[in-house]
Ligand binder design. Sequence first.
Ligand SMILES: [Zn+2]
Length: 501
Amino acid sequence: MTDKASESHESRDDGNPRYELEAEGFLSELDEQYYLNGAGLQEKLELSPIYKKYRHLFSRGVVEDLLGGRETKAGRYLAHFAAFQYLGGSAGALTEQIAEAETAAVVEWDGRSVPYRQAWVLVGGEADRARRLELHERILAVLERQNQRRLARLEQLHGEAKSLGFGDYVRFCDDLTGFNLDRLAAEMTVLLAETKACWQEELARALEDKGVPSGEADVADLRHVLVAPEFDSRFPKAQLIPSLTQTLAGLGIDMATQPNLHLDIEERPLKSPRAFCSPIRVPGDVRLVIMPQGGQDDYSTLFHEAGHAQHFVNTDASAPFPYRCLGDNSVTESYAFVFNLVLQSRDWAEYVSGIDWCPEYARFSRFRQLHYLRRYAAKLCYERELHASEALGSDLSGRYAEVLGGALGVRIAPAAYLSDVDDGFYCACYLRGWMLEVHLRRALVDRFGRRWFASSEAGDFLKGLWALGQELTAEELAQRLGYSGLDADLLIADLIAPPEA
Ligand SMILES: [Zn+2]
């Protein structure tokens, strides 16, 4: 399959080998920093020296040249990379100030100063509703103090996008990603309408279970409902790594013999509690990092990150840099979601050892999936307004609460209208990744059966796709799988189908 992959690379001239070599070095050094810091091996995240060292890659002139070469696919991937780094660099000082302030911020709670980021976790876990709402209010007060800086940062990004010749930040992102955000937003509006009744029913049931009066629910209550510790004992810590190893073994993949995959499971005091994947070199050096704790969320994160890791380690080493390391991130997200969502499957739970599946868990999983989809669909609609807006004031904080609140059916605090936004419409990558996941899962089931994860032929099929890196866009990959394109209706049908009983 890998031979087929290398044949299929779009014919391109040599590109700019020196630029690409340095750009790869830049990404590699950044990812190494994220790895060292996240793995708890280095306290400080030292990114500024790397940006300084590679500053020449993102100078105005270089970026303008690359923007001029975006008529080819590889050219567009490079222009996208360089232009976003250029914008990021122009707002670098403000980004650092916001991150530092967030790290230093504390919320006074139960007579102690709780770090700001940790306080968010406490909200979800707090069973007493009055305390949960009070803690959430205190967090929002801290968050609000950062909004002035966030506003300045966003204005900077918007101004630079325009200065590069784009109408606004939305057009900048749309042109460089090729996503067609207008069409995606229209599809997501349909998704929100079609899944509304299903969401309302599941939400009412979940809130009632937790004793939250209907019609009064706050986003803090929704956080609490989504934690669902009652399922955690079904996903024991001891089975976490073995269940992943067994799943990959079924696909004919032996993690232990993948020399380019480093599984970091050592416990360290400063290690991130959430699993992550660092593609330091694609495919040569990929780190999958986890501090095993057990519970459904830990499984879900590890499987998601393992999907990314398998994509990266199986990418064809001879593919050009833009296809190995850049491109449409919806594609790698779809591979992550395929593994992530296999946890919902009864067939999978019966296949691996030590996982105790139940219909209530399937129902909860679908509820959580609906939540993500509706939240991100609403985020996309809101972010289009935010990024197209001339004045980023209080009107938008109201719109944020209205759009997100309308989609989720809970009260949303306007204060998060600038912090709940990822640069460059990354929300669109997730939405497209979820769409593509359904196409991919259906293709796997059609070709290899419901227990596709127990088939080494399915593993070979996936390896053939992974080898392409991100040369194909999500639409092209859907076509490769036999569909006419990326079809939102498949995702909608999947979301409103009854959960497995
Ligand atoms: Zn991901």
